[in-house]
Design a protein around this ligand. Structure first.
Ligand code: ADP
Ligand code: MG
Ligand code: ZN
Length: 479
């Protein structure tokens, strides 16, 4: 029997606000345990939550960027469960009326272009963290760190529209790119700022009824998501083939073995006894607020990608590379707005600039060569002041030591020689010193031409204008 996998993803996006969702405590990562807490996030009875406006603004932006409808009225709900890192005994989340619904993202790959539905996006608070440690003489201990409690999250729930691990990764990468572009999430997957629960089931291809799903929790890298889903598909197929049944459960991914294992039986929604949180009034969002959020959003990667191709005439590949991050795209666009032509700017950013960054381990925002300086360098090539080859030398100097391109060219005597007299003189000398090669060329061995070009460039220290060199060489060798 052949099987069809069905996949739906729940993604937790940690929002990049300074303070928590229902109190004024800092959200900074890595502080001393429990140093960023107050009666609200410690869950003291009677302490009242106050909604952080920034969280709502970020949720609206995420919704707009993923083609969702923004609810004019949404409700916070209590999701009840017991866990040591959840002192209130419930998590404030949204249930029946979430802030965003009915969205989608398009993902492209070997399957073509495909729309993945987004069921809902809701706001919620994160729980704290249990810290397990071995203290010599005391044995193993568990402590609780509530710094993370009450940190704002968006949960983005997809429809079960995904059909393979590769589609799942493409969807995740796209969502990740969007929230980072929007500036609402730092995107750091290792620190858990963007993590995914993968729901997987399989069914016979002939069936139209989805199989029982398992949910693999908190997978925090694209590679792990692919591994976890592929493992789970195999495991479920094998299980069914052996006559067994998949049970609805929560599973854990183990990165070391690339496998998943059962963690606990999966709760159903009714187990949580959701009910509207009486401490929080319904959230009402005006049209005006939605419009303001829309206007303040940056151009999104998908729009940029299309615009680079249609407006700037770049290839799809170049456009993809340059829009990969908002910072890189902004650098590139600044080079253009400083006067460089798009294709040339693209080549420099994807070539020398990227090489420089890789070699020095810097981010694009830390590039020692500013967009303005790069544009000036390019204009020196366009004006014929320096050759493209010399420009690379100038670029290296700018990168290593800083400085303005025109000044470096002048100081180092790198101005291109286009004076025919001077170049002719060099050619004459080279020809008379290499009569053998001259004869060979004249006897029809055209390959020797390159040898002469090389010699002229060497003697001129790369400064001879290549076009002039070609012209003159052709003339002189022919005679
Ligand atoms: P819960 O919180 O109980 O996991 P949610 O509604 O938040 O429920 O999320 C359910 C997720 O599981 C969604 O992403 C949905 O697309 C996915 N899903 C639902 N049914 C299946 C199925 N049979 N196989 C795979 N994924 C499924
Ligand atoms: Mg879930
Ligand atoms: Zn607090």
């Amino acid at each position: 029997m052949k099987y069809q996998p069905i996949i739906g993803l729940e993604v937790h996006v940690q929002l990049k606000t300074d303070t928590k969702i229902f109190c004024g405590c800092s959200t900074r990562f890595g502080a001393t345990p429990n140093s960023q807490t107050c009666p609200v996030c410690l869950g003291f009875p009677g302490a009242l939550p106050v909604l952080n406006k920034k969280v709502v603004e970020f949720a609206i932006k995420a919704g707009l960027a993923t083609n969702c409808k923004i609810a004019k009225r949404s409700i916070f709900a209590r999701k009840n469960y017991f866990y040591p890192d959840l002192p209130k005994g419930y998590q404030i989340s949204q249930y029946e009326l979430p802030i965003c619904e009915h969205g989608h993202l398009s993902v492209t790959g070997e399957w073509g272009e495909k729309k993945i539905g987004i069921t809902r996006i809701h706001m919620e608070e994160d729980a704290g963290k249990l810290v397990h440690s071995d203290i010599p003489g005391l044995g193993s201990n568990s402590g609780v760190d509530l710094n993370r409690a009450c940190t704002p999250l968006l949960e983005v729930v997809s429809e079960p529209d995904i059909r393979s691990a590769d589609e799942a990764v493409a969807y995740l990468k796209k969502l990740h790119q969007i929230v980072v572009y929007l500036g609402i999430c730092d995107g750091n997957m290792e620190e858990g700022s963007f993590r995914c629960d993968a729901n997987v089931s399989v069914m016979p291809v002939s069936s139209d009824k989805f199989g029982t799903r398992t949910e693999t929790k908190n997978v925090n890298s694209f590679r792990f998501v692919k591994q976890a889903i592929e493992y789970e598909i195999e495991r479920q197929i094998d299980l069914i083939e052996e006559g067994g049944k998949v049970v609805q459960e929560t599973r854990l991914f183990d990165p070391d073995s690339g496998t998943t294992r059962s963690m606990r039986g999966k709760e159903d929604a009714h187990d949580y006894r959701y009910f509207p949180d009486p401490d929080l009034v319904p959230l009402v969002i005006s049209d005006n607020w939605i419009e303001e959020s829309r206007i303040s959003m940056p151009e999104l990667p998908e729009t940029k990608l299309k615009r680079y191709q249609t407006e700037l005439g770049l290839t799809e590949y170049d456009s993809e590379v340059l829009t990969a991050t908002r910072e890189l795209a902004e650098y590139f666009e600044s080079v253009i707005s400083e006067g460089a032509q798009a294709k040339t700017a693209a080549n420099w950013v994807m070539g020398e600039v990227t090489r420089g960054l890789n070699e020095s381990g810097l981010e694009i925002t830390e590039s020692p060569v500013t967009p303005k300086q790069l544009a000036e360098l390019i204009s020196l090539i366009d004006k014929g002041t320096i050759s493209g080859k010399i420009a690379k030398t100038v670029f290296d100097i700018m990168w290593q030591k800083g400085g303005e391109p025109a000044k470096i060219v002048e100081e180092q005597g790198l101005v291109q020689v286009s004076d025919t007299g001077a170049i002719e003189k060099i050619i004459d000398e080279i020809m008379s010193g290499n009569m053998g090669q001259v004869e060979e060329y004249r006897a029809g061995k055209e390959k020797v031409f390159g040898f002469f070009v090389g010699q002229v460039m060497r003697v001129s220290k790369g400064k001879a204008n290549p076009a002039v060199v070609n012209d003159l060489l052709l003339k002189k060798l022919k005679v």
